[in-house]
Structure formats: C-alpha cells, structure tokens
Write a protein that binds this ligand. Structure first.
Ligand SMILES: Cc1cc2nc3c(=O)[nH]c(=O)nc-3n(C[C@H](O)[C@H](O)[C@H](O)COP(=O)(O)OP(=O)(O)OC[C@H]3O[C@@H](n4cnc5c(N)ncnc54)[C@H](O)[C@@H]3O)c2cc1C
Length: 442
C-alpha cells in the first residue's frame, strides 16, 4: 500500500475515485469546498443538482462493482425501477417508439438522492476522510523530477492556508476545475476541445393532482433538428414526484414563468407534456441551468503531466447532458483507476500517461456521440466532413428505424447506455433495413 492519496472534490467522480483508491492507499483524503450535508438536498457548489440525472446502465454496473448492493439500497430507499424499452415513452424524429420489455432494467431517482446514498457508503469506508469547506488553490509539483508532491489549500472555516502532501493527487473538481491553470503556472500546457452548444435546461418538480397510474415512468420528446428544436423530459423520481425538464440549444431563451413554461410545452410537436401539466401541480420553482459548451481536456496528449497527478470526471471532460453520460463515465473511470492500481507497483514510471491514455479511449465514444448530435442543429457549427455527414445520416435512420423494430431499438438502447460500442449498430439486421429502407409508420 502507498501512504496517502488526495482527491480534489467530493462529487460523484471524487467519491468513486476515493473508493477505488481506498484499497491501495493507507489514507485517502477528499478535499471538498462545499459544506458538509446531512440530507439528500441539492448542494450549493453543484448548481446542476436540481436538474434530472439519468444513471446509465454502464454507470450503474460500475458503481455496483465499487459498492456492491448499491442498486438494491437505492430501490429500498425509494428509487424507481424501470425497464428502458418498456417504461420510456419516447418521441423522436416524427415517431413514437414501440414499447416492449427489454434487457435493460434501470434505476432512477433525483440527483441529490443518488449522491446522498453514495455519500453514506463512502462514510463507511474507514480509511477515507473528507475535509469540507476546503478549497484547493494550487498543485505542488517537483518540476525537476516531474512528480506531484501535493496541494495548497485554504480552509473556509479558519481562513488558514496550508500545504498537504501525498503520493497521488486526483483532480475530480468538476467542470470548473483549475487544473489547466495550475499546470500552466509550472509551464505545462493542456489543450481543450470545445463545442459551443449554448444549451439551457429548465426544470420544475410536479405532483399529480389526483393519484393515477401512468403507463410510463419516463416521457421523452427529443429535439429533432432541424425541424423541431425543442425537447422535453419527464422523469418519475422518489416520493411520487416528477421532474419536468425542457431544453433548448443555441441560445434560445429559457422560460422563466409558469406561462412561458406552458407556452414552451405547447410548442412541442406532440401534446403529451401539456396534457401531463394539466394533470399536475408544481411543487418547486423553475430552476434554470445553462451549459455554454462541451469540453474535452486533452491530458492524454499533453507532455509531461507530473507523475502521480490524474484528472477524472467533468474536470477531464464535460458532455452535453442530454445524453446523461457524465456520472456513468466518472464511474467507469474510477473502475479503470482501480484496475490500474491493481496492476501497478510504481507510480513514477509512466502511470499518469498510461492512465490518461486509457481514459481518453473511454471518453472517445460518449464524446463523439454527444458532439455529433449537437452538430445536427443548424446553428451549432462543427468541422464538416464526409464522416460527420455519414454519422448524422446513419444515426437519424437508426433512431427512426428503431421506433418499430425491437432488434434495432434494443441495440440502440445498449449503445446509449454505454454497454456496447456504436459498432453494435452495424449488425446486418440493422444495416440492411437502414440502407434498403424501413417502413414509415407514425
Ligand atoms: C443540466 C445538467 C444535467 C445533467 N444530467 C446528467 C444526467 O442525466 N446523467 C449524468 O450522468 N450526468 C448528467 N450531468 C452531468 C453530471 O452532473 C456530471 O457529469 C457530474 O456531476 C460530474 O461529477 P464530478 O464529480 O466530476 O463533478 P461535480 O459533480 O461538479 O463535483 C465537483 C466537486 O468538486 C468540488 N470542488 C470544485 N472545485 C474545488 C476545489 N478547488 N477544491 C475543493 N473542492 C472543489 C465541488 O464543490 C464539487 O463538490 C448533467 C449536468 C448538467 C449540467
């Protein structure tokens, strides 16, 4: 065992990485800028806490490996179990998907509930400690040996600054991570790839006015560019609540009032959201979150990232949230970290470079899926290429054909859940109907 690891940030990525580290380090210290929280409530430093958070199957399976029985615990605490292809009512590119019981059983809940249950599991790991109200302000690096030594912190409680030393430092401080600036101070450069999407999410919680059994647990009306720019998502969450989200890309204005929220629902190509809103009453304000861009930080390509310094979660890559990938990718990265540590005896012989290269492979598919779809929007510009045009054409056909073909839908659902690569969509029974025509049926 190594002596000490520091994790910057105690969000999903930080907690999951800490668990992975806890079998290989005597002490794992999470440094978290936020206050300690005692209930499943939205956190101040996680402004997206109010927004719906889907847990993909790959993420659930990865968390389960790190924390066995986690899914059972969630269900016991009130999370909702659903079957992806049966319980999601999904409208996309003019079609409602046919629904059937498939092989993907999911678990869903609010983000605060998911994070809280994870926190309770972390609290039981004896060699993980969390220091709250502690902001990391800089890395301490030995430039000569190109090795991380620790971090410089400031305590919000005492106002005191301090230096903490460790064998390994993991940055899991989210989208706002300062790693690139911190490394720059030592003359090290990391490039970013950005795709501007100017996306808004506007979410409001509802309850049904009268108890009624709905025939779905999730209702999704996907934007279908270029014809329909607007999207909506209703997710059933614990305590008989429904999280209702509407979204818009490319700087559309987010609805601030009830009237604007209703007007937006009326603008959708199908009346299902508006019908739901008539049956329900709001139990929260409208919470708006803006996502200016997706970003992938290329730690894998940077030269001389100090040995023993790793970057994971949103600090490494922030995806378009419409694909619900962030937590699941963070969980897969934590699992990868665990397996890397299992196979390593030294942290100073290319461990950092190899880990970032592996993470880059893991990120590549979800990143490509998310940016490709964004480029379908007429006002979101990317580097045009024949490959991009092919991907846009093929995926649109997959989305449409999956509506009435359970074989294609099953495969699509697996790819979306990151349990299969997109090659899964090139089976002859997918390619042939897509290339040689599929029956149109609204
Ligand atoms: C609107 C929206 C909807 C989303 N929907 C989904 C979804 O459906 N499914 C999904 O999987 N993902 C979704 N995501 C993405 C998801 O929120 C992130 O991927 C996930 O929270 C990333 O976790 P993280 O731990 O990397 O970062 P965060 O959750 O941001 O956590 C970072 C932590 O680091 C702390 N911190 C920051 N800086 C410092 C510092 N210098 N020192 C100490 N502590 C620090 C913060 O206080 C925070 O606790 C969505 C995101 C948005 C914006």
């Amino acid at each position: 065992m190594w002596e000490k690891a520091i994790v910057i940030g105690g969000g999903f990525a930080g907690k999951l990485a800490a668990k992975a580290l806890s079998s290989y380090f005597q002490q794992v210290n999470i440094l978290e800028a936020d206050r300690e929280y005692k209930d499943p409530v939205p956190r101040k430093r996680i402004p997206q806490s109010y927004q719906p958070h889907v847990l993909l199957k790959s993420g659930e399976e990865a968390i389960e490996k790190l924390f066995p029985q986690f899914t059972v615990e969630l269900l016991e605490k009130g999370s909702i179990g659903s079957n992806f292809t049966r319980d999601l009512k999904w409208h996309h590119f003019d079609f409602w998907k046919d629904r059937f019981k498939g092989d993907l059983n999911m678990v869903q809940q609010s983000r605060p509930m998911l994070e809280w249950q994870l926190q309770k599991r972390i609290d039981k790991v004896s060699n993980i400690t969390i220091r709250y109200e502690t902001m990391v302000n800089q890395l301490i690096i030995n430039r000569k040996e190109n090795k991380i030594l620790g971090v410089r912190i400031k305590s919000f409680k005492t106002g005191m600054e301090e230096e903490l030393y460790a064998d390994l430092v993991v940055d899991a401080s989210g989208f706002g991570s300062k790693s690139i600036d911190w490394l720059k101070a030592y003359g090290l450069e990391v490039k970013e790839e950005k795709v501007w999407i100017q996306l808004f999410y506007a979410t409001r919680l509802y309850r049904l006015k009268k108890q009624e059994r709905l025939d779905w647990t999730n209702l999704l009306i996907s934007p279908s560019f270029p014809e329909n720019h607007n999207g909506a998502f209703i997710q059933t969450i614990e305590e008989n609540r429904f999280s209702v989200t509407i979204s818009g890309y490319a700087n559309e204005s987010a609805p601030q009032t009830n009237e604007e929220f209703i007007a937006y629902a009326q603008s959708l190509p199908v009346p299902d959201l508006i019908n739901f809103l008539y049956k329900a009453e709001p139990i929260s304000d409208i919470k708006i979150h803006k996502i200016p861009y997706q970003v992938r930080r290329r730690f894998d390509l940077a030269k001389q990232i100090p040995e023993g310094f790793l970057v994971i979660g949103d600090a490494h890559c922030r995806f378009d949230p419409l694909f619900g990938q962030g937590i699941s990718v963070a969980a897969l990265e934590a699992l990868e970290l665990q397996s890397f540590l299992q196979q390593t005896t030294r942290l100073d012989t290319g461990f950092t470079r190899r880990f970032h290269k592996k993470i880059a492979k893991l990120i590549a598919t979800p990143w490509d899926m998310a940016i490709t779809e964004a480029f379908r929007h007429p006002n979101i510009k990317g580097k045009n290429s024949i490959l991009l045009q092919f991907k846009l054409w093929y995926t649109k056909r997959v989305y449409q054909a999956s509506a009435h073909d359970p074989f294609i839908y099953t495969r699509l659902a697996r790819v979306m859940n990151l349990i299969r690569t997109p090659l899964h969509l090139f089976h002859p029974k997918v390619v042939i109907p897509i290339v040689f025509g599929w029956k149109k049926k609204v």
